[in-house]
Design a binder for this molecule. Structure first.
Ligand code: FMN
Length: 166
């Protein structure tokens, strides 16, 4: 069994200047939308951010997002709470992971930037990427051509496994 495509997903935070092709961007979004979704509601929307000014503004305000100063692209994974009020966040998490799993196959790397949940007064992306009222930003993924190497690994631990009962 070859699970290497899973083990090759590592958080990449250093990128070179090469921009992504339209095909790479389309493939990333196709991977995202192939994720499982409760009742198959697919409440997700994706904001593709390529403008340097916008990426820099987000890097300035996201406490753990400084790699966006270097990344050529970010995808904000958003959920429509009118489409799925209860499970939109779980669907967005699945879509986020699908994006990350696709990146090494496309010669790319990236990292999950947490965003949801936060209180309204902390909603620092609202003005930068103009998200409507019923739409919530769940996560961002910083993406680019890797300028660092990380070894694939499984992190398997026997101690975390319980059979039949805890
Ligand atoms: C919900 C979530 C939020 C995360 N937020 C950030 C973040 O804001 N900034 C960052 O650099 N990494 C973030 N990460 C990446 C983790 O730090 C990373 O997955 C972890 O250290 C394990 O390393 P690996 O991804 O290479 O396996 C986040 C990961 C998850 C799942």
């Amino acid at each position: 069994m070859d699970l290497d495509y899973i083990f090759r997903r590592r958080s990449i935070r250093k990128f070179n200047d090469e921009p992504l092709s339209d095909l790479q961007i389309k493939s990333i979004l196709e991977a995202a939308m192939a994720a499982p979704s409760a009742h198959n509601n697919k409440p997700w929307h994706f904001i593709v951010i390529r403008e340097r000014k916008t990426l820099d503004r987000i890097a300035e305000v996201h406490p753990y997002g400084k790699m966006l100063f270097q990344a050529p692209l970010a995808v904000a994974v958003c959920g429509d709470t009118a489409v799925s009020s209860k499970r939109w966040d779980q669907d967005c998490a699945a879509a986020t992971e699908n994006i990350l799993l696709a990146l090494p196959e496309l010669g790319l790397g990236g990292v999950w930037l947490g965003y949801y949940p936060r209180s309204n007064d902390e909603d620092f992306l609202k003005d930068i990427i103009s998200v409507p009222e019923n739409i919530k930003v769940f996560s961002m993924v910083a993406i680019g051509h890797p300028d660092e190497e990380k070894i694939p690994r499984s992190q398997y631990e026997d101690i975390k496994i319980h059979f039949e009962q805890w």
